[in-house]
Write a protein that binds this ligand. Structure first.
Ligand code: DQA
Length: 157
């Protein structure tokens, strides 16, 4: 019993490494359809997010290119503690992303800023959800915080 508690304390104090990976058009956050995606850029949101997780090293990467997203996930997907993935429109089309997520050791959480289920029919289907640890959508940029929180919680329990 005592041993178990000791292990938990050690885990909580360890620095976790998490990659946030944004896909196509998410470099335009703040400018792109602000009625749907809000008026903050990801770069202005990231410092607030980092402040909330002092024990997490949060790396951020964005690409408009499917193959580069796969390269990045393969690079960190056997050593990092988690990946928060907003694959943008590739969510709805990419078998290659699904295969990549399945191949990795690192757990992946699918994230969307908007509630895709309240939007066009083609956004209701995700090609990657089945390979992810979980899905968070519809909370604006706070979706990313919820995803990081879920990865931290999972690592501790
Ligand atoms: C999105 C939803 C996708 O349908 C869309 O293609 C995006 C952004 C979101 O975060 O709400 O680019 O992933």
């Amino acid at each position: 019993m005592r041993k178990q508690c000791f292990c938990k304390v050690i885990k909580i104090n360890l620095i976790m490494k998490i990659l946030i990976l944004n896909g196509p058009n998410l470099n335009l956050l703040g400018v792109r359809e602000p009625g749907i995606y809000g008026s903050s850029s990801f770069d202005s949101y990231l410092p607030q997010l980092r402040e909330q997780f002092p024990n997490v090293e949060l790396e951020y990467c964005q690409s408009n290119v499917e193959g580069l997203m796969i390269d990045k996930m393969q690079e960190v997907g056997f050593s990092y503690d988690g990946i928060v993935l907003n694959a943008g429109a590739y969510t709805h089309t990419s078998v290659a992303l699904q295969d990549c997520i399945r191949a990795l050791k690192t757990p992946v959480i699918e994230v969307h800023i908007s509630n895709v289920h309240q939007r066009e029919e083609f956004r209701h289907r995700s090609m990657i959800s089945c390979a992810c640890m979980g899905v968070i959508c519809g909370f604006g940029l706070d979706s990313y915080r919820l995803a990081v929180d879920a990865l931290v919680w999972k690592a501790q329990h």
